[in-house]
Write a protein that binds this ligand. Structure first.
Ligand code: AMP
Ligand code: GLY
Length: 425
């Protein structure tokens, strides 16, 4: 079977790893891929937003299954185009992807379907937005409606601050088209978590829980990033809480989509805030979280290719989704300066990697993200560079992950030192 994976991050690296563990003998291509996918797949130099280029590649190479990692191609309608051309593809179609690509659509959808979310207003005009926030108590949350690579959300503590943010979005166009519409919403003070399920549009199955570390600095300080690390399971999510999220968020969302004629097949990722015992939706993503996917998918026991096919073919109900009983940790090694400015092009050395013993059921992986391979050597090529993942049953997995993190070397290497601290508490 020929499988094409679209994307170039750690998420796509772990998806390829899981495909390689499938019972199906797969020839894997990755577009555009990274320095690591170079090894276990064939990198295809087509950008993730070049939908026609990807369709042509899939047709010419008789690709049997395409798996889309990131939100950008999904929001551009890659699934619709592939399907139109008779090509099998895993991911949400363009309309379903609006849940992530338009925060305005998502908020309106939640409201229409009586699913809890922070009170909000949308604006397309600077002055109207300013007049509205004048009356509002702070803190307030200001969000660009469109895709902004995780950088489009601001929590503002003062009217002056809010004014500056609105000025940068509306008048300085810092997000381009993605900032044409802006959401202003109430600040919810609570406990935040993310939750993912997979659905074929008929039934759904929860993925095991995970937790990502969004902030750049230890102790959840500093700027928001795509994610500096992840663990699975999420130590703060009880079965009771999972049940509540399924009943009050996931099921009404999937029902609402069905009712509104949206054919939703793929991953539904809810960013959730728990406040006074109620679960509020902060945002939706229509794809696996990155690095949550790394922490989750190394624990997958069942066959990922069969999983993707069961979603596409609409028989997820009969698929048995199983994960192992390990715990897992993923530490992101990043380029110093990420999520803002950073330099790349530094050689990565794996020469000092420790020889770690493997206890019962333990395993380690280094998944590439922002790396490239030139003449047999690896170089940094992005903000998030490598993902150190370890799974096992004892707190030793955290030490082992840090042992690896310390001993992979490149200039300007940066990582958080507190990933996994709460995993065994
Ligand atoms: P989002 O991309 O919408 O999930 O927002 C990014 C981050 O901003 C979230 O992970 C939260 O930490 C924070 N956030 C978003 N909306 C709110 C809100 N209404 N109240 C408090 N924090 C929020
Ligand atoms: N780690 C959060 C995300 O993938 O959006």
């Amino acid at each position: 079977m020929k499988i094409l994976v679209i994307g170039s991050g750690g998420r796509e690296s772990v998806i390829i790893h899981a495909i390689k563990n499938s019972r199906i003998d797969a020839e894997v291509y990755c577009a555009p891929g990274n320095g690591g996918t170079f090894y276990n797949s064939e990198n295809v130099m087509i950008k993730q937003d070049d939908i026609n280029g990807l369709v042509n590649f899939a047709k010419n190479h008789k690709i049997d299954l395409t798996v889309v990692g990131p939100e950008v191609p999904l929001s551009l309608g890659i699934v619709d185009e592939f399907t139109k051309n008779g090509l099998k593809i895993f991911g949400t179609n363009k309309r379903a992807s609006l849940l992530e690509s338009s925060k305005e659509y998502a908020k309106d959808f939640l409201k229409r379907n009586s699913i809890k979310t922070a009170d909000y207003r949308s604006f397309t005009d600077f002055t109207q937005a300013i007049n509205f926030i004048k009356e509002k108590p702070h803190p307030l949350v200001i969000k660009a409606s469109g895709l902004a690579a995780g950088k489009g959300v601001f929590i503002s503590n003062s009217f002056e601050g809010s004014k500056n943010i609105l000025d940068s979005i509306f008048n300085k166009n810092i997000f381009g088209k993605s900032g044409k519409t802006v959401i202003v919403e109430d600040y919810l003070d609570g406990f935040e978590l993310s939750y993912m399920v997979i659905t074929d549009g008929v039934s759904y199955k929860p993925l095991i829980t995970s937790m990502d570390y969004k902030k750049v600095l230890d102790g959840d300080k500093g700027e928001n990033t795509g994610g500096m690390g992840a663990v699975s399971p999420n130590p703060f999510v009880s079965p009771g809480l999972e049940d509540k999220i399924n009943k009050t968020i996931i099921e009404p969302t999937l029902e609402g989509l069905k009712k509104e004629g949206v054919d939703y097949k793929g991953i539904l990722y809810a960013g959730v805030m728990i406040k006074d015992g109620d679960a509020y939706v902060l945002e939706f993503n229509v794809r696996f979280g990155d690095p949550e996917a790394q922490a989750i998918l190394i624990r997958l026991k069942s066959d990922i290719v069969d999983l993707f096919l069961s979603v596409i073919d609409g028989n997820l109900k009969d698929y048995i989704l199983e994960f192992d009983d390990n715990k897992s940790i993923c530490i992101v090694l990043s380029s110093l300066g990420y999520p803002k400015d950073y330099k790349t092009g530094y050689e990565i050395s794996f020469d000092n990697l420790p020889n770690l013993s493997k206890d019962d059921g333990e395993d380690y992986y280094v998944f590439h993200a922002g790396t490239k391979m030139v003449n047999g050597k690896y170089y940094t090529d992005g903000g998030r560079v490598l993902n150190i993942c370890v799974k096992g049953k004892t707190p030793d997995i955290v030490n082992k992950a840090y042992d690896i993190a310390i001993n992979i070397n490149f200039e300007n290497k940066y990582y958080r030192n507190d990933i996994g601290k709460s995993l065994f508490k």
